[in-house]
Design a protein around this ligand. Sequence first.
Ligand SMILES: N[C@@H](CCC(=O)N[C@@H](CS)C(=O)NCC(=O)O)C(=O)O
Length: 207
Amino acid sequence: MLKILGKASSINVRKVLWTCAELNLPFDREDWGNGFRPTSDPHFLARNPNAMVPVIQDGDFVLWESNTIIRYLAGQYDGRHLYPAEPKARARVDQWMDWQATDLNRSWSYAFMALARQSPAHQDAAAIEASCKEWARFMGILDQRLAGTRAYVAGDTFTLADVPVGLSVNRWFQTPFSKPALPSVAAYYDRLAERDGYRQYGRNGTA
Ligand SMILES: N[C@@H](CCC(=O)N[C@@H](CS)C(=O)NCC(=O)O)C(=O)O
């Protein structure tokens, strides 16, 4: 059976858990990461030298990097509906996945650590404000996109891109600070909540 290494509170682990739910794929999960078994453990480092979760083990195949893992799972386990083969459709999914992993993820990192995790090392007021502003700017880009599709981030149907983006939207709403109204993002948050996997692993009260 597929093994997932990583704590279920991690946004990157949750990408894998939600994708497994979409694919009806059974798995065993082990708690690793901050608060659980440390990723500095040599057994873990042998699987991922970056000391980060998630890692999967599928037979003797070991893989890390959350977005890469969910692409692999869709490819290996009948997920064509989530990750289309046609190059332009696939590139549109990749575009939003890569945007989430780079620009959007970078924008929130300080504000999230300060406001959601209450990290003592992240309490510089100017840095919090700058991060919130940049986060809101990227969420505004997402709002415009969703106002256009009126459905999902890559278009009319739910795809793999909605997994990282949907988890990011949950983080946006679950992190306490004063936010601009983003009506298309709010509608998308409710649309995603129609899915069992999102209710279980995404919109479940954890930022
Ligand atoms: N680019 C990596 C980032 C993974 C990452 O940042 N994981 C965090 C948890 S969300 C982590 O492992 N932190 C160290 C720890 O929990 O020990 C991915 O997308 O898989």
